[in-house]
Structures are given as structure tokens and as C-alpha cells.
Design a protein around this ligand. Structure first.
Ligand code: NAP
Length: 494
């Protein structure tokens, strides 16, 4: 019998008001892992109401005290890391060592933001007038809605919840329907750490039944959304309409540039990890390899050989390199891109089909795929596929590589492999994505630096690092005049 889980609203574990439920399924085996609420607008209303009610008292808790609760939650995450990683692999398919990394990212963010409880620095600055003091401090925004995808089912909720909480906001989390258990584990750790009732709430359910009423709720002040451009742009319209603060982290079409002088073995390690890690379902996945012509043939040959050697399987099994994609819809989408590739004149050099024999029969498996003869304007070189597929594009020079890299509607992550420091710095300067790596793959962000992208990947905000605090706080500028007389800024200048 699968366990039944509940929403956490106002400090109580409760079922959906409608009584509706939904099964959480293992994408590698079809096994039912748990039963979660299928919530709706009335549950959202309860959760937002609880968050609003808790706001004033949570804001009044000194930030270092808020940080202590986060530290305690971090300790639970450390203690339960293996269990939570296994839950994650079971519900979304990524191989176990990557799921451990996902939990670790949540741990890192929790500790990092807990530390912010004793920083959250503002500025103090001289005033232009005598006997006057000037400073700025951060204050919370209010009730935050965190809407998160399935590909980093614990890390991304933590990226949003921790900075929101430490800065005194209350939160309603709407986690992806495909990965409720990882969200439940995170919320439970915060509950056990002593978070007061209503400060954090989680409502399980679909985008249309939970996400939409959450976005539209008049008592939600701020929305932080990570997911697809399609959904994100719809939310952007509503946020503008309803006057809400909005943070968007959307898709990517990331590239690894490999120049003629690169260490090819190192570059190939980076491509394999970045293209096929998390089955290619990372916003930072390297779905393009931009190769200078001098190394093109050798690179392609070695890339195909290494890709064909990758082992598909259940993420919990020892020796599995690549797990399933998350669901049937995603599998069909990835498969559909093979026709697109053929029609546009690309070559499917390896992989290119669903894998469904033997132990893979019950899961959503797609063979790791390398596309060659790809031109920069082809759809497979422009659109996010979000599966184990990478496209090799040939270029003549660094300048052409940079132009090809930048000429997509996304702007998240790029890496360059070269041994020439001058070329590396030219690339750092010319590449217009939010993240740039030199001699490393397109994935591997650390939580104390800003994370996010340019162009269609976002709306200018950043997750993680100090930059995350900007999403969850308003600046309050404070002037204290202790001269005892009226002093006029800009006017009393003599
Ligand atoms: P998605 O379909 O856009 O869903 C993201 C979240 O939004 C889910 O919780 C989803 O609920 C919810 N949702 C769906 N429709 C909604 C609506 N109308 N109103 C409010 N919420 C709604 O994205 P996904 O397939 O989960 O994730 C993959 C995408 O995320 C990719 O494009 C990837 O690049 C992007 N991503 C970006 C970053 C980044 O940092 N830039 C990081 C990770 C992923 P359901 O689960 O019920 O559909």
C-alpha cells in the first residue's frame, strides 16, 4: 500500500478539501510511490490566508533567530540526505549520485541563507548635509508564491524558500506535480526545525488547479517561478495585470564551445556530463556543441563512441549512467524532435529513438543522442528539447562560435574549452549568457554566486548568492537628521 501524504497549511497536515488525490509514479518502473493531494483553489486560499496571517509575527522575529531554524532544517537534510536522494531518484529518474547532489544543493542553500540571518547587509553612507545619517535596510516583501519544476525537485524549492524565509517573507510552495515527495521532505524538515505555523505552506496539485489560483490570488505579493517559457510568459502577463513582483527562471539552449587547441579528452568529459546528466533535463544542459573545424571530425567520432557506451537504466541501479525522462509527455516531445532534426537536414549520428525493451520496457527511456550536420538556425539548434540530445555545430573561428552561441532566444549557460588564455578572456567578454565556464561543462553552479540567465531565460532577477535577496526584499532608505533644524537636501548647498 502506497503512503498517503497531505498538504501543510497553517501548521497542520491536511488533505485537499475536495478529497481528491493523485498517484506519484516512478518513471523508470511505473510503480506507485505515494498518494498526494489533488488540491484546488480553496486549498490555495487556505494556504495564502495562513501565510498572510503569519506574516507580521514572522517579520518581527530577529533574522538571526530565523537563521537558527534554517540551520536546524539543514541538519535534518544532512542526516536524511541518502533517504531523500533515493526518494528523488525514484520519483523523477535522475541517477542516485545526481540526486545526492540535488539534496546537497538544498543543504548548501539552507546553510548559506541561514548565515544571511546575521548579514543581510544594507548600506551606510555619508549624508550631503551635516548632522544627518543615511542608510538603507532590507525589508520583506510579503507573501511569496514559489512555483517549481520537477528537474531539481529539492534544490529549486530550497533556492526560493530559504532566501524568502530568512528575509522575513512567508511562503506558499507549489511544487511540480511529478515530484511531490522531494518537496514534502523539504517542508517536513522545516516543520521539524520549528518553523511557526503558516510561515511555510505547501499545496500539492497541478499547474492549472493550484498554480493558476496561486498566481492570481490577491494576497500573494511576490511570485518566484522556475519552469518553461510557455508557462512563465503566461505568469508574466498575470503578474503585470495584478501588480505583483515577479522572478522568472526559464529555459536554456546552452552550448559548449570547443576550440582547435582544447584538451579534447577534458572537453568530451564536459560534454558527456553536461549533455546527458539528469538525462539532459537541466536548464543548463549542453544541448549544443560548437566545434572549431580543426577538431570537428575527431571530436564527433569520440563523442559518438562515448555516447553509445552510456548505460540506460533505473537511477537507483549501480552502473546506470542515464535514467529515464520524467514522463510520457516529455518522452514524446524528445522523440518528436528527431523528425524535426531529419526534416531540417540534420543527421542522427547515434541514439535517436525510444528504448523500451527488457528492463526498460516499463519506463520512459530515450537513447542518448548526438545530432551532426546541424546548422545554427535549425530548430534543434534553437529550441530547448529537454532530453538526452545534443547537436554538433561546426564553426571556423572563436568569433563565429561566440556569434552562434549568442544567437538564440535563451541566455543561461555557456562553456569554452581552450588552452589559450587570450581566447578564453575574449570568450568571457563576448559571451552574453548569465553563466560562463572556462574548461568546465555548462553545469555546476555554486549557491553563493548569482544564478540565472539573459534574454528569454529570465526577467533580469537572479537566484542564489546575495542577488537572491533582491528578489525577496524591498530596499528601505532611512535618513536621520540630528541637527535640530530644517535642512533641505540639494537646496542648502552653500
Ligand atoms: P513547467 O511545465 O513550466 O512547470 C513548472 C511549474 O509550473 C510546475 O510546478 C507546474 O505544475 C507549474 N505550472 C504549470 N502551469 C502553470 C500555470 N498555468 N500557472 C502556474 N503554475 C503552472 O516546467 P517543467 O516542465 O516543470 O520544467 C522544465 C522547464 O523548467 C524547462 O524549460 C527548464 O529549462 C526550466 N528550468 C529552468 C531553470 C532555471 O533556473 N532557469 C531551472 C530548472 C528548470 P505541474 O507540475 O502541475 O505541471
Amino acid at each position: 500500500m502506497a503512503t498517503t501524504y497531505q498538504n501543510w497549511i497553517g501548521g497542520r497536515w491536511v488533505p485537499a478539501r475536495s478529497g481528491g488525490t493523485r498517484e506519484n509514479i516512478d518513471p523508470a518502473s511505473g510503480e506507485v510511490l505515494g498518494i498526494f493531494p489533488r488540491s484546488g483553489a480553496e486549498d490555495v486560499n487556505d494556504a495564502v490566508g495562513a501565510a498572510r496571517k503569519a506574516l507580521d509575527s514572522w517579520r518581527a522575529v530577529p533574522a538571526p533567530r530565523r537563521g537558527e531554524i534554517l540551520f536546524r532544517a539543514g541538519e535534518t537534510l544532512v542526516r536524511c540526505k541518502e533517504e531523500f536522494a533515493r526518494d528523488m531518484t525514484s520519483e523523477m529518474g535522475k541517477v542516485l549520485k545526481e540526486a545526492r547532489g540535488d539534496v546537497q544543493e538544498a543543504i548548501d542553500m539552507t546553510y548559506y541563507m541561514a548565515g544571511e540571518g546575521r548579514r543581510c547587509f544594507g548600506q551606510t553612507t555619508p549624508s550631503e548635509l551635516p548632522d544627518k545619517f543615511a542608510m538603507s535596510v532590507r525589508q520583506s516583501v510579503g507573501v511569496a508564491a514559489a512555483i517549481t519544476p520537477w528537474n531539481f525537485p529539492m534544490a529549486i524549492p530550497a533556492w526560493k524558500i530559504m532566501p524568502a524565509l530568512i528575509t522575513g517573507n512567508t511562503v506558499v510552495l507549489k511544487a511540480a506535480n511529478d515530484t511531490p515527495k522531494s518537496a514534502w521532505n523539504l517542508v517536513k524538515a522545516l516543520e521539524e526545525a520549528g518553523l511557526p505555523a503558516g510561515v511555510l505552506n505547501v499545496v500539492f496539485g497541478s499547474g492549472s488547479e493550484v498554480g493558476t489560483p496561486l498566481v492570481e490570488h490577491p494576497d500573494v505579493d511576490l511570485i518566484s517561478f522556475t519552469g518553461s517559457n510557455e508557462v512563465g510568459s503566461g505568469i508574466a502577463f498575470k503578474a503585470a495585470q495584478f501588480g505583483k513582483r515577479l522572478h522568472l527562471e526559464l529555459g536554456g539552449k546552452n552550448a559548449i564551445i570547443i576550440l582547435d587547441d582544447a584538451d579534447l579528452g577534458l572537453a568530451l568529459d564536459g560534454v558527456i556530463w553536461s549533455a546527458f546528466g539528469t538525462t539532459g533535463q537541466r536548464c543548463t544542459a549542453a544541448s549544443r556543441v560548437i566545434a572549431q573545424r580543426g577538431i570537428l571530425d575527431e571530436l564527433t567520432e569520440r563523442l559518438i563512441a562515448r555516447t553509445e557506451a552510456l548505460r540506460l537504466g533505473h537511477g537507483l541501479e549501480e552502473g546506470t549512467d542515464v535514467g529515464p525522462v520524467v514522463n510520457q509527455e516529455q518522452l514524446a516531445k524528445v522523440d518528436g524532435y528527431m523528425d524535426v532534426a531529419r526534416r531540417d537536414g540534420a543527421t542522427i549520428a547515434c541514439g535517436g529513438s525510444v528504448a523500451n525493451v527488457g528492463p526498460l520496457a516499463k519506463g520512459f527511456f530515450f537513447r542518448p543522442t548526438v545530432l551532426t550536420d546541424v546548422k545554427p538556425k535549425m530548430r534543434v539548434a534553437q529550441e530547448e528539447i529537454f532530453g538526452p540530445v545534443t547537436a554538433v555545430i561546426a564553426v571556423d573561428s572563436l568569433e563565429e562560435a561566440i556569434a552562434v552561441n549568442n544567437n538564440v532566444s535563451y541566455g543561461l549557460s555557456t562553456s569554452i574549452y581552450t588552452r589559450d588564455v587570450n581566447q578564453a578572456f575574449r570568450a568571457i567578454e563576448g559571451i552574453t549568457t548569465g553563466l560562463v565556464y572556462v574548461n568546465a561543462g555548462t553545469i555546476g553552479a555554486e549557491v553563493h554566486l548569482p544564478f540565472g540567465g539573459t534574454r528569454g531565460t529570465g526577467n533580469g532577477h537572479r537566484e542564489a548568492g546575495q542577488a537572491a535577496l533582491d528578489t525577496y526584499t524591498e530596499w528601505k532608505t532611512v535618513y536621520v537628521d540630528y541637527s535640530g533644524k530644517l535642512q533641505k537636501a540639494q537646496i542648502d548647498v552653500e
